[in-house]
Design a protein around this ligand. Structure first.
Ligand SMILES: [Zn+2]
Length: 131
């Protein structure tokens, strides 16, 4: 049996469209494959983000020649200080980082939300700030 994702009606296994509402049916095996693909995609994106952060952290040096560490900002934070920390690290306006983050969030249909959560976990708090 294949259950219609829209109306919940049971359709025969070989049915391609729901005979009640006409919506395209997804069989269980197709659904599992889709979820697998999605999980893989998320993993790839996660790896890419980690690499980007690592590259950004290692390539950016402060004036005294020591590598500048990427921290979440405790001074300039709205949610977790990720945008503020990135702005401090790259010496740009935090507002600009937030605007870009919001544009990406809307444009990526939630993938950016995942990116934010990942950055939240990856980047440590700036120990020089009050938390
Ligand atoms: Zn249906």
């Amino acid at each position: 049996m294949v259950y219609c994702s829209k109306c919940g009606k049971k359709n025969p296994d070989d049915a391609q469209y729901c005979d009640k509402c006409g919506v395209k049916l997804i069989t269980e095996s197709q659904l599992e494959k889709n979820i697998d693909d999605f999980g893989e995609e998320i993993e790839q994106i996660g790896k890419k983000i980690v690499k980007t952060v690592e590259d950004a952290t290692s390539s950016s040096k402060s004036t005294d020649g020591k590598p500048k560490k990427l921290y979440r900002s405790g001074k300039d934070k709205i949610i977790a200080g990720v945008c503020g920390g990135l702005a401090e690290h790259f010496d740009v306006d935090p507002l600009l980082v937030r605007v870009i983050a919001i544009v990406l969030l809307v444009g990526s249909l939630g993938f950016m939300m995942l990116a934010y959560l990942l950055l939240w976990v990856i980047i440590p708090r700036n120990p020089e700030h009050n938390w």
